[in-house]
Design a protein around this ligand. Structure first.
Ligand code: SAH
Length: 248
């Protein structure tokens, strides 16, 4: 079981697989005013940077589940490196339908809401692991400006314009689901660049190291178009943020 290989190549050097910088991740952790010992569940935990740094900085414990073998391996190494491996577990597997045995204070899905079939289904899934009064974290894109055409939406790698909402509508959706939005930290163009532009150097180095790999053509094709596509579309049209929710 694994994710499509292109991500394991292009994001192999990323610690954060989202348009968030380490500073924004720390800001979010501080904003949540986490009590030491808080248990955190993270579905689609990637390379584990959120759980590992929050364990180091805010004393949380937790579990992450991710379908990428590589990212999960990197997450375990990061937990060792930061000296938090006794408090943070990483499981390689499909997080769809995953419910924690013991209820958690924070249940998160940051940039992987397809795991629950979209935002609504993911909130329902996370709620099943959450203790009363706990916080759900959802990391999700939204439109900064509405794409004028479906081609622009596809340039942002959305399936269509209807895949995402504008920020006020996304916040309204959380309300309609009977959740208060109690915090949010948003990406900006610089943090988008850290996510997207970091892939370009990774791809360039991967191509130099693997010229004869069957996959080289695909990676080359992606590197050829990625910078312009990012500048024309994602950087201009797509927002992203992590939203903290508490049930009303
Ligand atoms: N939350 C992490 C990773 C976000 S990227 C971070 O912010 O860094 C999306 C992640 O979802 C990837 O790590 C990918 O491997 C993982 N993923 C995709 N489908 C999954 C599934 N069905 N179950 C668990 N993880 C999944």
């Amino acid at each position: 079981m694994d994710i499509p290989r292109i991500y394991n190549v292009t994001e192999s050097a990323h610690r954060i697989h989202n348009p968030f910088t380490p500073e924004k991740l720390a800001t979010l952790g501080a904003a949540l005013r986490l009590d030491p010992g808080t248990r955190v569940l993270d579905l689609g935990s990637g390379s584990g940077e959120m759980l590992c740094t929050w364990a180091r900085d805010y004393g949380i414990s937790g579990t992450g589940i991710d379908m990428s073998r590589l990212f999960t391996e990197q997450a375990k190494l990061r937990a060792e490196e930061l000296g938090v491996a006794d408090r943070i577990d990483f499981i390689h597997g499909d997080a769809a339908g995953y419910v924690a045995e013991a209820k958690v204070g924070v249940a998160a899905c940051v940039g992987a809401t397809w795991i629950g079939g979209g935002v609504v289904g993911t909130i329902e899934l996370l709620a099943r692991s959450l203790c009363t009064g706990g916080i759900i974290l959802i990391g999700e894109p939204f439109w900064l400006q509405l794409p004028p055409t479906e081609d622009v939406a596809r340039g942002c790698r959305a399936g269509s314009i209807s895949d995402f909402l504008m920020l006020p509508e996304l916040l309204a959706l959380f309300g309609e689901l009977n959740y208060d939005v109690v915090e949010m930290v948003l990406a900006d163009q610089d943090s988008w660049d850290r996510y997207e532009a970091a892939k370009w150097l990774t791809m360039r180095r991967w191509l130099a190291a693997n010229p004869d790999d069957d996959f080289a053509k695909e990676v080359r094709a992606e590197l050829d178009v990625a910078p312009q596509r990012h500048a024309a579309y994602t950087r201009e049209y797509l927002g992203w943020g992590v939203f903290a929710l508490m049930a009303r």
